[in-house]
Write a protein that binds this ligand. Structure first.
Ligand code: PBG
Ligand code: ZN
Length: 322
């Protein structure tokens, strides 16, 4: 006797009934890139369909997102002026603080997550304060706490530190609690690899390091045990949501962390992953929509509860038309 697995595959309704994993519009966070000015909406060559936008354009974009049922966004800022410590990120009138206030005024129902890092704000493009050629961990923690308070006061709904500094979650939690923001959640970029897949993002956010690389703070893609320990440590420090980044090449890590934590988990489906599918789709090498959905299902199946993705709008549209 053998098992007839095919019995449950012949009818599409039965296939739907036995489907183990689903993707919904509520799973997504959509990244937005803000720069100063008005009427600016500049497409980035390496990321077709993704734009740098001025605040007025961001507000229009929120209208489109709401129509699609997408309410959660993550903000990245491109400041007018960069300096050695990323002052724009520490200022109540900086690009991100101003954007949060504008969104909260016009679209209060949007859920605004902020990427908390310094690489977009420093003239050297590294993720914190430099000490010689390396990022000084503890000095960066201090200005990170300041940045978190700037975001919180401006009205951010969740803070997402992405700089891979040790001890950051504990420091941010204490700083937020001390300022009366004990209910503001932290989504940690807890397991973030030093990845070539971030290439297009660095064009988009104008954050390519002016020298060296990020290997002294982001993780070695070869390390599995350390990847799990990084996330579990952030849980212990008080993170509310954990993350693995990039997503596609690290689904084994997503599953292992999922099995080791009870916290919700996010994946960041990064710029290089998006660009690969976009280009393959454009050249008709793949059925683009189908491959995008298959990829999203894979993230959920691996254990992700939340998907941060440049595909979010396309997926929302596919789900609306399904
Ligand atoms: C900032 C940051 C990066 C990304 C998200 N936050 C870039 C980096 O670490 O160089 C990458 C996102 C993407 O590639 O889509 N630290
Ligand atoms: Zn950074």
């Amino acid at each position: 006797m053998f098992q007839r697995f095919r019995r449950t595959r012949f009818n599409k309704h039965l296939r739907a009934l036995v489907r183990e994993t689903s993707v919904g519009v509520n799973d997504f966070i959509y990244p937005l890139f803000v720069r100063s000015g008005t009427g600016i909406k500049t497409e980035v060559a390496s990321m077709p369909g993704v734009y740098q936008m001025s605040i007025d354009e961001i507000l229009k974009e929120c209208v489109e997102l709401k129509k699609l049922g997408l309410y959660s966004i993550i903000l990245f800022g491109i400041p007018e002026v960069k300096d050695s410590i990323g002052s724009d990120a520490l200022c109540d009138h900086g690009i991100i603080a101003s954007t949060i206030r504008a969104i909260k005024e016009t679209h209060p129902e949007m859920f605004v997550v902020t990427d908390l890092c310094f690489c977009e704000y420093t003239d050297h493009g590294h993720c914190g304060i430099l000490n010689g050629e390396s990022v000084n961990n503890d000095a960066t923690l201090e200005i990170s706490a300041q940045q978190a308070i700037v975001h919180a006061k401006a009205g951010a709904d969740m803070i997402a530190p992405s700089g891979m500094m040790d001890g950051i979650i504990e420091v941010l939690r204490n700083a937020l609690d001390g300022a009366g923001f004990e209910n503001l959640p932290i989504m940690s970029y807890s397991t973030k690899f030093a990845s070539g897949y971030y290439g297009p993002f660095r064009d988009l956010a104008e954050s390519t390091p002016s020298f060296g690389d990020r290997a002294s703070y982001q993780m070695d893609p070869a390390n599995r045990r350390e990847a799990i320990a990084e996330s579990i440590e952030d849980e212990a420090q008080g993170a509310d949501i954990l993350m693995v980044k990039p997503a596609l090449a690290y689904l084994d890590i997503v599953r292992e962390i999922k099995d080791a934590t009870s916290l919700p988990m996010a994946v960041y489906n990064v710029s290089g992953e998006y660009a690969m599918l976009k280009l393959a789709g454009k050249h008709e090498l793949i059925d683009y929509n189908r491959v995008v959905m298959e990829t999203m299902v894979a993230f959920k199946r691996a254990g992700a509860d939340i998907i941060i993705s440049y595909h979010a709008k396309e997926v929302a549209l596919m789900l609306q038309n399904a």
